[in-house]
Design a protein around this ligand. Structure first.
Ligand code: HGY
Ligand code: MN
Ligand code: MN
Length: 418
């Protein structure tokens, strides 16, 4: 089966309709996890699934699970999962492509009267991005049975309590563990996703097969100094929390370069100063710190070195700090047998590809620890992502969809992935 023009048209139309669910008053587009906009997008997606003849349910972690039965009713499912929540003013493709393409696989097979042996499931994992509560992959963590460092009283970026936000989204915070999926009900997991980097675009390739997914460590760092008068406090009498934080942040790129390898990245994405007044020396400063790499030991070494840097900078500035780890996942290789299967389908369909690591994390990072899991990338033009300029060419989307469809059909013929 190869991609028909209709598939791509329907995929692109759905990407656009979901994008518009996130339209904000200021013209930006955001579907923050558990927000009205996120729920609007999920409801629209559920309607499409029902119209395509899939049964739809939500698990205890708010993951949407749309299922198309196979010939062998009680056999384990082939899962095509990703996410619909976005970062602030994110693009049209991140996460959404995997959900919409998974639905397109099911709809294409149904419309052509073809049924797989295995049931097919399209899963929308909740809160993959994690910018609301600073720790992502909430739905997939519960799905694989991995407890996250989450408390009912955690406050999100608007000051709302985690338990209340989840309750308003129909999720009982205290029952999320019930979402744990038993491995014998899963045949394999496949995620189609935009690369979110520029490698494929630079190589002029439409698709990639992911070798491994970078690990991630996310910390919330609070620096406490002394608020004081900006005019009457001499420079040598100050304990300025922002200056200490700024010193640490300014040296981050050099430290990552010195201690890391070609895949190591370090980012401070959020910062907050108190009392944040022009004539008051900052008494407190909180910022996020995130490091990623393809090698767990290197990430540990870098985190230790950065913590020592902060310790020294704060001692010299006469301020104190708190280093709180919020998210920590080791890098994960993708399943060898599934990667080989994707390669075979690409070669059989003469789809040019390369094998490459993922710098971004995905729900598949967690799925891969528990189920046979692989990812297919579609080229991101100029490598742009997590911004409105995110774009992938329709012809590349079509080849990505073809490869996903062919891989699902091939995986359906395999008895068991060890
Ligand atoms: O941050 C990430 O890597 C993913 O896009 N959530
Ligand atoms: Mn994503
Ligand atoms: Mn993302």
């Amino acid at each position: 089966m190869t991609n028909s023009h209709k598939n791509i048209e329907r995929i692109i139309e759905r990407l656009e309709l979901l994008y518009e669910c996130g339209l904000q008053e200021d013209g930006t587009h955001t579907r923050m996890a558990f927000s009205q906009e996120d729920q609007k997008g999920r409801a629209l997606f559920e309607t499409w699934c029902e119209e395509a003849g899939l049964t739809v349910r939500q698990d205890a972690a708010g993951n949407v699970i749309a299922r198309l039965e196979g010939r062998q009713a009680d056999s384990p499912a082939i899962i095509m999962g990703s996410h619909l929540d976005t970062v602030p003013d994110g693009g049209k493709f991140d996460g959404v492509l995997g959900c919409v393409s998974g639905l397109e696989v099911c709809q294409t097979l149904s419309e052509s009267g073809r049924r797989c042996e295995h049931p097919l499931e399209v899963i929308v994992f909740s809160d993959e991005e994690g910018f609301r509560f600073s720790a992502g992959m909430v739905g997939s963590s519960a799905f694989v049975g991995e407890a996250q460092n989450m408390q009912a009283d955690d406050l999100d970026i608007t000051g709302a309590r985690r338990e209340d936000v989840y309750h308003n989204a129909g999720i009982d915070f205290h029952k999320m563990a019930e979402a744990k999926r038993s491995p014998e009900t899963v045949h394999c997991c496949l995620e189609l996703h935009v690369e979110q980097g520029g490698n494929l675009d630079q190589m002029g390739l439409p698709v990639g097969i992911v070798s491994s997914i970078a690990g991630v460590k996310r910390m919330q760092i609070s620096v406490a100094g002394e608020a004081n008068h900006a005019g009457s406090t001499r420079m040598d009498q100050r304990h300025d929390a922002l200056v200490a934080a700024a010193k640490f942040i300014a040296q981050l790129p050099e430290r990552v370069k010195t201690l890391g390898d070609q895949y190591t990245v370090g980012t401070v994405g959020m910062i907050h100063v108190e009392p944040s007044a022009v004539n008051v020396i900052p008494g407190a400063c909180q910022f996020s710190l995130e490091i990623r790499d393809q090698e767990a030991k290197l990430m540990e070494r870098l985190a230790t070195a950065l913590r020592e840097d902060l310790d020294q900078i704060c001692r010299e500035a006469g301020v104190s700090y708190n280093w709180q780890e919020q998210l920590s996942h080791a890098p994960m290789p993708m399943h060898e047998g599934l990667k080989q299967l994707i390669k075979e389908q690409a070669e059989a369909s003469s789809i040019p590809y390369t094998v490459l690591p993922s710098g971004a994390f995905h729900d598949s990072l967690l799925l891969a620890e528990h189920f046979p899991t692989a990812m297919i990338f579609v080229a991101s033009v100029a490598g742009k992502s997590h911004c409105k300029e995110e774009y992938s060419r329709p012809e590349d989307l079509g080849l990505g969809f073809d490869l996903l469809l062919e891989t699902v059909l091939a995986a359906d013929q395999i008895k068991f992935f060890d």
